[in-house]
Design a protein. Structure first.
Length: 183
């Protein structure tokens, strides 16, 4: 497994689709009710095969340099994913997405995973700007961005259609390389 060690209990690793799909699907299934409210893609992941296809797809995109999706390993178990969903080479920026199984929430896991991705983005990828979008009512996701030092750039009105069929506002956060270097 190709991994970035964040601390003794946490690492970020490229997915091994055949080995990770079943465990990640189980984590999604266990957390489905709380996740699908904010993450529209959850409704489309209905089987281990769906997760397997997704993991293979993101590895292809990684190979093309278009994205970086990694599995969050906490205490030697896969508990979620974090990603640069789109690496925009022209602007040297990327948007970050993440999800975490409910059993791992409230323990600082996502905060540490995000700090690891920030390091990868600025050190290894040489990016200038990282962005996170979080639905206005998604307190957990907004807190993760704020705690990691991301600044609120503004609110994107009616930016995403969620499972309830309504359009919801998103907060747009960013962190610049210059801000990260000062910290």
């Amino acid at each position: 497994m190709f991994a970035y060690q964040v601390n003794d209990n946490l690492s970020l690793a490229l997915p091994n689709p055949e080995k990770d799909a079943e465990k990640l699907f189980a984590a999604i299934e266990d957390s489905r009710e709380s996740m699908q409210k904010w993450l529209p893609w959850v409704k489309d992941v209905r089987s281990v095969e769906d997760e397997l296809k997704f993991l293979k797809h993101v590895n292809v995109n990684f190979g093309k340099g278009e994205s970086l999706n990694v599995v969050i390993w906490w205490k030697q178990k896969p508990v979620g994913m974090i990603s640069f969903n789109h690496i925009k080479k022209a602007n040297m920026s990327a948007d970050i997405g993440y999800w975490l199984a409910k059993k791992a929430r409230g323990q600082g896991v996502m905060h540490q995973a995000l700090l690891g991705m920030v390091d990868i983005g600025f050190k290894d990828y040489g990016l200038n700007r990282l962005e996170i979008e979080a639905a206005v009512g998604n307190d957990g996701s907004n807190h993760v961005a704020q705690k990691a030092g991301f600044k609120l750039d503004g609110t994107l009105r009616a930016n995403i259609r969620l499972l309830d069929g309504q359009y919801h506002d998103h907060n747009l956060y960013s962190l610049l390389r210059s801000e990260w270097q000062k910290a």
